[in-house]
Ligand binder design. Structure first.
Ligand SMILES: Nc1nc2c(ncn2[C@@H]2O[C@H](COP(=O)(O)OP(=O)(O)OP(=O)(O)O)[C@@H](O)[C@H]2O)c(=O)[nH]1
Ligand SMILES: [Mg+2]
Length: 348
């Protein structure tokens, strides 16, 4: 799949995860407003520092403006290095650079020729209110992009963050390697089926699990590194290489009945991807609640210190408090709008 899928890693967390994909032989471009963040990626082949960027100190708007001002060069850089038709943009939702730039880049890079998905991260509950404000704003933008492919949502509440990175990359790469590694006369999964699975709009999860029975796999699907899957919800595809003793019907009982399944036999670990899931509304509501609970304290602190830099975030939350995003079912992809329209939407 290395000639089919490439990665654009934005911000520090994006870089940390992108680096692991590059180690496995995938094409990765690292984009950052911070030269210091890029300097930590000593083995990276393609690094792009957005001119005039000095890091965005968790300011999403600063990141967006820098990307808009430099977008022609960013796009040329991506076009010259990435020939693959499917791109995953990797970014943390809780920071500045990746959170601000990630959704907008997905929107801008999607066209008739390219499918673009997301690999993003929800902050742990112990992280700051600002991280939570950023994450909520970031997801508010992400869920509005109808044409996004699969969106993998790592949840920093599900373990130590630096351990989530390799767990995700290993599981994702195992899934991508199914066509090469698992061949069976009982049925194969080909590259087109992997792509079809990853093109599905909505949340996706991947799992690699050593297991000799279905119960272990089902437990691992429920308790893993991703934002929790909503109960009783839609799933579009279940694509899996399963050891002989594990039945697809059992997975379906736990994950829901998909529109289609792609299945092969694995002689080793189970490798599974569920895609076309609803976004994790319940988890995102806990992000919202954390912000809402802190609102009074933030306003008090701001007026005490006369700082106004957080007001935008608070105003944003005031605006949406009357009408929070409901859990929408995935919609069919629409053709992307003109670049200028997309950019102005994110800067408003
Ligand atoms: N899972 C995981 N989370 C990370 C990692 N690095 C940072 N985070 C989380 O990502 C958020 C911060 O995002 P960063 O990527 O550091 O921020 P950035 O995009 O570089 O933005 P600025 O530095 O603010 O300009 C916080 O929620 C962190 O807990 C990582 O390697 N893995
Ligand atoms: Mg940074």
């Amino acid at each position: 799949m290395k000639n089919k899928i490439a990665f654009v890693a934005v911000g520090q967390a994006g870089g940390n995860i992108g680096r692991l994909f590059e180690e496995k032989g995938y094409t990765v471009i690292y984009i950052n407003t911070s030269q210091e963040d890029l300097d930590t990626l000593t083995a990276a082949k393609y690094k792009y520092h957005i001119p005039d960027g000095e890091g965005c100190n968790k300011d999403r708007h600063k990141a967006k403006q820098l990307v808009v001002d430099d977008f022609d060069r960013i796009a040329a850089e991506i076009d010259s290095k990435i020939t693959q038709k499917m791109i995953f943009v990797i970014f943390a939702a809780g920071g500045g650079t990746g959170s601000g730039a990630g959704p907008m880049l997905i929107d801008l890079l999607t066209d008739e020729d390219k499918t673009v998905g997301a690999i993003t991260i929800i902050p742990a509950k112990t992280e700051s209110v600002k991280s939570h404000i950023n994450a909520y704003e970031c997801f508010s933008e992400l869920v509005e992009i109808d044409a996004t492919a699969a969106c993998f949502i790592l949840d920093n509440d599900r373990g130590e963050k630096m351990k989530l990175n390799p767990a995700f990359v290993d599981a994702f790469c195992s899934f991508l390697e199914i066509p090469e590694k698992c061949k069976s006369e009982e049925g194969n999964i080909d590259k087109a089926e992997i792509e079809e699975t990853l093109k599905a709009h909505g949340m996706a999860v991947v799992l690699r699990k050593k297991a000799d029975n279905s119960a272990k796999v089902i437990d691992a699907l429920k308790d893993n590194i991703f934002a929790p899957i909503e109960s009783d919800q839609a799933v579009k595809y279940i694509t899996a290489a399963l050891p002989a003793k594990i039945a697809m019907t059992d997975i379906q009982k736990a994950a829901g009945v998909p529109i289609d399944t792609f299945q092969t036999v694995s002689k080793d670990d189970a490798a599974i991807c569920l895609s076309g899931l609803s976004y994790p509304t319940t988890r995102l509501e806990t992000v919202y609640k954390r912000v809402d609970d802190s609102r009074e304290t933030i306003i008090k602190n701001l007026s005490a210190t006369k700082e106004t830099s957080l007001k935008k975030g608070v105003n944003f939350l005031d605006e949406i408090s009357g009408g929070r995003k409901s859990s929408k079912q995935p919609e069919p992809p629409k053709r992307p709008k003109a670049r200028r329209d997309i950019m102005s939407k994110y800067l408003n």
